[in-house]
Ligand binder design. Structure first.
Ligand code: CMP
Length: 136
């Protein structure tokens, strides 16, 4: 069993895609074990994207995630990290295959609708950041 993090970014929330994304996660047989809608602080977003600090897109991606409400989802299941990454599709939506969230609903890397943890270690770190109160 693995637990991983999905963030529905401001673009996904404003396009009312929360339900569609949660539906796909559950239809796949994965369990939602944490769920919250929030307006994230700059501090938590900078910490979340710490590995990208110093890269050209860091400020843009931080500003973007802080620009509106997001939905944080903790997802548990067998091989959840890989399963979720595959369901979301390639980071660049132009390379995401149809049938993935990005392949079906996104066009640009700056507005790629979701974030998902890259590996189990990242998932543990990110879940502790977004769900410090713990999961059900
Ligand atoms: P995400 O999975 O949230 O992780 C970092 C985000 O930065 C990524 O999705 C994209 O939305 C954004 N981004 C912008 N430019 C790039 C890039 N060149 N490489 C990776 N991520 C990028």
């Amino acid at each position: 069993m693995e637990t991983t993090l999905v963030l529905v970014k401001p673009g996904g929330v404003s396009r009312r895609l929360n339900g569609e994304i949660l539906r796909r996660i559950e239809a796949r047989g994965l369990d939602i074990v944490g769920l919250k809608l929030l307006n994230p602080s700059r501090e938590i977003v900078e910490e979340h994207y710490a590995e990208h600090r110093g890269k050209g897109f860091f400020d843009d991606v931080v500003n973007y995630l802080c620009s509106g409400s997001i939905v944080a989802v903790a997802v548990r299941g067998t091989n959840a990290v890989k399963a979720i990454r595959a369901m979301m599709g390639a980071t660049n939506p132009l390379e995401a295959t149809p049938g993935t969230v990005r392949g079906d609903f996104a066009l640009t890397i700056d507005d790629n609708l979701t974030h998902s943890s890259s590996d189990p270690e990242a998932a543990e770190r990110e879940l502790a950041l977004w769900f410090p109160e713990g999961l059900v």
